[in-house]
Design a protein around this ligand. Structure first.
Ligand SMILES: C[S@@+](CC[C@H](N)C(=O)[O-])C[C@H]1O[C@@H](n2cnc3c(N)ncnc32)[C@H](O)[C@@H]1O
Length: 385
């Protein structure tokens, strides 16, 4: 990838020449070229700004040096694979998703504004020749676009294939799955009287994955409710593996929860409404089952078992008075997180007439795979690790 930076303060970009670009350049992954915009001026003072049309405070960057700079860098025709990034506080906010898109480009040209910004015609002119993006680093005003170009380059270059030694660490980072990252720990296990959470020392990969996911969801809900998925944990709800003593309440909750299903799917024989108490005790002993309790009351449950490579999830239930508050989604996420290594697909079965359920599962990433028996549909989602 080629990264060009157009600026009137080339020295500002020195950090790019040092650590980051140095490492990426050694690997032949990026080629950073910093250009002094003033080399495309022709007067004695090398002027790049002028007073704003319409009046007002400050100066505006003149179009001519920018136009000549772009002609020199890109030529005069249309170019493919090139994105010109105008850094501006009135641009689209920079996010990890934008970083991923930019990482797929062959070349990025940063136009770093100063003063009150760049004459808008420059943006319009370049847009006829290359992909243009106006990008903001955040809702605050910097003195110039150089810091934004540095930050964007650093975020993008980390995503260029081959830059990071361990690609898995990219996948688990904050924002990659829409959640903030869980807290991380290293040795020693005890430090200044503070212990590392015991689950991380357990060697139980499924339990670790579930704990990390839970922490990520909690953090996101607390710190960035704007990012939090619908599955924000309900206060005071404890989710834990089922115990034999839960069987009686689970049996009652299940009956209550599936009455609506029967209304929505007349004529379909629904096992949850017909099985005996002993049937239920048998599957809670056999399958992976989570229950949710609030103030001592059983308010939700879900079960799963491995069938070949399919992690079959079922009996997802939430007490009717708590429906619509994210508990079902949370239970679904928790049971997904417990899928064994061998699972490549999550699968769910629901009534063909259960429109609300299907909508919830679609929102969680599941796709309809058709009827498996009259009135019953299968929905699946690939396991991503
Ligand atoms: C002082 S600012 C101009 C602010 C402009 N008058 C406004 O209110 O939108 C000068 C330059 O800094 C850069 N800049 C400032 N804040 C930025 C931000 N949040 N994100 C990206 N670039 C920014 C832009 O390149 C901008 O042209």
């Amino acid at each position: 990838m080629i990264v060009d930076v157009l600026t009137i303060f080339p020295e500002y970009l020195a950090p790019l020449e040092l650590s980051l670009a140095g490492k990426a350049r050694e690997k032949g992954l990026i080629d950073v070229r910093v250009h002094d915009l003033r080399q495309w001026t022709h007067d004695r003072h090398r002027t790049v700004d002028d007073t704003p049309y319409g009046g007002g405070a400050g100066m505006v960057m003149k179009p001519e040096p920018w136009g000549e700079a772009f002609d020199a860098l890109l030529g005069e025709g249309e170019v493919d694979g090139v994105t010109v990034v105008f850094t501006t506080p009135s641009g689209q906010p920079f996010t990890q998703a934008v970083a991923r898109e930019l990482a797929a480009r062959d070349r990025i040209v940063f136009a770093c504004g100063r003063y009150e910004g760049i004459d808008q015609r420059v943006v319009e002119d370049i847009a006829t020749r290359a992909e243009v993006r106006e990008i903001s680093l955040g809702d605050y005003v910097l003195n110039g676009g150089e810091v934004a170009a540095l930050a964007i380059t650093e975020a993008v270059v980390r995503l260029v294939p081959g830059f990071m030694g361990n690609a898995a660490s990219l996948v688990e980072e904050s924002h990659e799955d829409g959640l903030l990252e869980y807290p991380v720990y290293t040795k020693p296990a005890a430090w200044r009287g503070r212990e590392v959470p015991p689950v991380l020392l357990s060697g139980d990969h499924a339990a670790i994955a579930a704990w990390r996911h839970d922490q990520a969801v909690r953090r996101t809900a607390e710190r960035r409710p704007d990012l939090a998925p619908a599955s924000v944990l309900l206060e005071d709800v404890e989710i834990r593996p089922v115990q034999p003593a839960d069987a009686g309440e689970l049996y009652v909750l299940q009956r209550a929860c599936w009455v609506q299903e029967q209304h929505d799917n007349p004529g379909v024989r629904i096992p949850a409404l017909h099985e005996t108490y002993d049937d239920l005790r048998a599957w809670i002993a056999r399958d992976t089952v989570l229950v949710a309790r609030s103030a001592g009351r059983l308010v939700g449950a879900v079960r799963a078992s491995l069938d070949g490579e399919s992690w079959d999830i079922g009996r997802l239930m939430v007490a009717p008075d708590l429906a619509g508050r994210g508990l079902g989604r949370t239970l679904l996420e928790r049971i997904e997180a417990l899928a064994p290594e061998a699972a490549s697909t999550y699968a769910l079965f629901t009534g063909a007439g259960s429109v609300r359920n299907q909508r919830i599962y679609k929102k969680a990433g599941y796709r309809l795979r058709g009827e498996v028996e009259p009135g019953v549909v299968r929905m699946t989602k690939p396991v991503r690790r």
